[in-house]
Design a binder for this molecule. Structure first.
Ligand code: SAH
Length: 352
């Protein structure tokens, strides 16, 4: 069941709810909530009685449990509790030239990638469109309250969950973020483990957002182990889907690669990755592996990361090393997990 909260209402649902009110009310509320980023209680242009009635009728979905700050104030992680008790996290990252919000699309995740804390904890439930959108709005208010105020410029679906396994709600959220929160398609990135039907659906949509694919391995044997959904959607098919996304949208795909010591960080791995990336002109994001409770292997050393990056560059591939924002508050890639229940430790197979 999709919970109904303030941000789950689209324009037509607002129209139905306010059918006894003058027509301009819907615009007034919509502009206030989305364009101006106000909360319902702050919409003082509404008659007081109506405002109070709406406040009673339409709760917001995200109840803040904690808000943790690190990187000298530049990274904020929010832990929210949703109706029914599920918890999700959102991360706001301030950079000199941009402000990015990393949002969750599901509570937990069913994809079970071995090195990811969200995957280790399992799936809880889908987020509604409103629950996804509200994360952006809540983080935007915190960005606006900075001295000086910061405007949220980028959205990444890289928090908890697999966005393509919650496609309808994810896409409705993308549209609202684009149309009403006014963030351009080139500043929105949807990241997936590689659910091919989702990639095709997204290619057929009019908005060309960025597609990121969590690759992590360039051969099926290793990828089956790291990203188990690869058994269903193997690399050959995944690369073909990426090619069709690129052809349909002209957006270069990016590949994420968590650098895991002795597992996928050798020069031969870089060469195999370059072969996949080259025909797509894909951009590579290297993510030094962040520690998670259920995975016993360490991340690659700085030197290994550098050598890997240099090998890719030598082969003519575009590559960036992602910074490890928020590691000390468990807000970095793959560390979002909401609860802190113990998880069994898996020991992956070493490769010779
Ligand atoms: N389910 C989607 C969205 C999550 S994005 C996806 O997998 O793409 C989160 C990114 O962080 C993914 O690329 C994921 O593979 C990566 N990641 C997961 N665990 C990590 C870890 N421990 N260290 C570094 N990156 C990790």
């Amino acid at each position: 069941m999709t919970p109904q909260s303030l941000y789950d209402l689209d324009r037509s649902a607002w129209g139905e709810l306010l059918h006894q009110e003058p027509k301009f009310r819907v615009d007034q509320i919509w502009n206030g909530l989305y364009h101006q980023g106000k909360e319902l209680g702050e919409l003082t242009s509404l008659p007081k009685a109506l405002r109070e009635q709406l406040l009673e009728q339409l709760p917001t979905a995200l109840n803040k449990v904690t808000e943790q700050v690190s990187d000298s104030g530049d990274t904020t992680k929010f832990l929210w509790e949703l109706s029914g008790g599920a918890r999700v996290e959102t991360v706001l990252m301030l950079y000199p030239d941009r402000a990015t919000v990393c949002i969750s699309s599901q509570a937990g995740c069913a994809m079970a990638c071995s090195f990811c804390a969200t995957g280790q904890a399992g799936f809880e439930r889908q987020l509604s469109t409103g629950e996804i959108v509200e994360q952006v709005l809540r983080a935007r208010r915190v960005a606006m309250a900075q001295q000086p105020a910061r405007r949220v410029s980028n959205i990444v679906f890289m928090g908890m969950g697999e966005p393509m396994a919650n496609f309808e709600n994810t896409w409705a959220a993308v549209q609202r973020i684009h149309d009403d929160i006014e963030i351009g398609a080139r500043h929105i990135t949807v990241s997936t483990v590689g659910l091919i039907p989702g990639i095709h659906r997204m290619a057929a949509e009019a908005l060309p957002v960025n597609l990121a694919v969590s690759l992590h391995a360039a051969d099926n044997t290793l990828r089956n182990e790291l990203v188990p959904i690869n058994r269903k959607y193997p690399l050959e098919d995944l690369m073909a889907a990426c090619a069709s996304y690129f052809a349909a949208t002209r957006r270069r795909v990016s590949f994420e690669w968590a650098m895991i010591h002795d597992v996928n960080d050798r020069l031969s791995d870089a060469q195999a990755l370059a072969e996949l990336a080259h025909p797509l002109r894909a951009h590579i994001n290297l993510i030094p592996l962040n520690p998670t409770p259920g995975y016993a292997v360490r991340g690659s050393s700085k030197n290994r990361v550098r050598a890997f990056r240099e090998e890719l560059e030598r082969l003519g591939i575009n590559v960036t090393v992602r910074d490890t924002r928020g590691t000390e508050i468990d807000a970095a890639c793959g560390q979002l997990r909401a609860g802190h229940e113990a998880t069994p430790v898996s020991r992956p197979q070493r490769r010779s």
